[in-house]
Write a protein that binds this ligand. Structure first.
Ligand SMILES: [Cu+2]
Length: 136
């Protein structure tokens, strides 16, 4: 009986320790997941990645597939100013989803942290549409 009580007590301790460990792990992991943005604006048009030209009132590559972390750089070659405004997908409603207006020759680079399908438009010309598929 004494032994049984000891075993029960040992089991309880181990469960308590495991539960405590899981809680600690959750505390360490969850805040970083909550903080991570689905995408980032990258300054200074980095080397590599994919390129999309904006011209003739259109995103010249309307659909593109990238890996997580692979940058996409848009270059406006149109005489009119345009932007990249992420409207559907993981970036929907994000405070940085509406990109700055790009004049002719300006570049804008995004990289994506979260896989998914991101649909975007140009804010003043919403008939200009594009789709970004981000793969893990
Ligand atoms: Cu536009």
């Amino acid at each position: 009986m004494k032994t049984a009580a000891l075993i029960a007590s040992a089991r309880l301790d181990r469960r308590t320790v495991l539960a405590g460990g899981a809680t600690l792990a959750a505390a360490l992991i969850l805040p970083s997941v909550a903080r991570a943005d689905p995408f980032e604006v990258v300054e200074g048009a980095p080397e590599g990645g994919k390129a999309i030209t904006i011209d003739k009132m259109a995103f010249q590559t309307p659909e593109i597939t990238v890996k997580v972390g692979e940058p996409i750089t848009w270059t406006n070659e149109d005489g009119m100013a345009h932007n990249v405004h992420l409207r559907q997908g993981p970036a929907k409603g994000h405070p940085k989803a509406q990109g700055k207006m790009l004049n002719k020759g300006d570049k804008y680079t995004l990289k994506f942290n979260e896989p998914g399908t991101y649909k975007y438009v140009c804010t003043p010309h919403p008939m200009m549409k594009g789709t970004i598929i981000v793969e893990a």
